[in-house]
Design a protein around this ligand. Sequence first.
Ligand SMILES: Cc1ncc(C[n+]2csc(CCOP(=O)(O)OP(=O)(O)O)c2C)c(N)n1
Ligand SMILES: [Mg+2]
Length: 331
Amino acid sequence: MKAPKTLRNVAVDRELMVDMYRKMLFFRRFEERANLAYTQQKFSGFCHLHIGQEALNVGVQTCLQPDDYVISGYRSHTQAIAKGIPAQKVFAELLGKSEGCSSGKGGSMHMFSKEHRFFGGHGIVGGQAPLAVGMAFKVNYEQENSIVVCYLGDAAMNQGQVFEAMNIAATWKVPVLFIIENNLYGMGTAIHRTTSIDHLYKRALAFDMKHSMIDAMNVLTVYEHMKSTVAFVRKNKEPFLVEAMTYRYKGHSVSDAGTYRTKEEVEEYQKRDPILQLQEDLARLDFADDDAFKAWDKEIREQVKEAEAFAEASPPPDERELWTNVFADET
Ligand SMILES: Cc1ncc(C[n+]2csc(CCOP(=O)(O)OP(=O)(O)O)c2C)c(N)n1
Ligand SMILES: [Mg+2]
């Protein structure tokens, strides 16, 4: 039997690596297309892109089960797709169409699907944290085997309700995995200008909560770390906080000119681009060559275009939709 290939002393699997590569590329192309659609005025309002942060999304999602719950902020188009919502339904939601995953009423910031256990898409910074704890309470109450993943931005960590939610999560011991996407900025403000500590994982100490910090620009690092972390939360039914160091290449939202940081800083992170890193690893291991990379890119660009075409063909929501899903007890 042939010995398995290893990379940086970890056994690697071609199928898994190719799958993660294709997913990251899909999410990059999806966001580029969303950006284009926005600039072509196919939709308006807000549009926050996740370009540069793909490794975290894919590395985490690869470790989850379909019955796990995910909840996030507004930078979550592709986190919704990773959780299983079809890309065409996410694109249709961007365009405010009836076949969007939130029936066209949510838009870019409010992707949602009960079926896929993706509970938003929240525009209130940090608003997802108390909801995540409530969901994790339900998991324990109903004796489910699921966990709740709650993504938060670095700036969200300075919201009062996030402290309160983490305190209750640790006190009641509920299975919520808080993942801080530390991309160093909250809108145009660098995190060090608003925050007294150098690293946000230290906040977990205040709640006696297990914690860690990872380089989230490398998908294999994320995957290896999250495998054991997700398993820990599932087994012990208690919260865990991961500070994931990442970077967004684009502005806070599409309308941000990005004058608060230098071109050099952005380029420094782009040299460690997650897609590029995995591409180099795949080539080094002889798992894929340039022809494969080109063919996958072509195929993925087509798939994204098809998602957009589906969204454009979808009719706008019916007027009656204004009254549906407004109150919880609606029949
Ligand atoms: C409660 C609240 N305060 C302020 C805002 C305005 N606001 C929108 S995004 C944002 C920055 C959040 O940054 P971060 O949590 O780091 O997430 P990122 O955008 O970097 O993903 C702010 C202050 C808001 N939406 N909600
Ligand atoms: Mg941020």
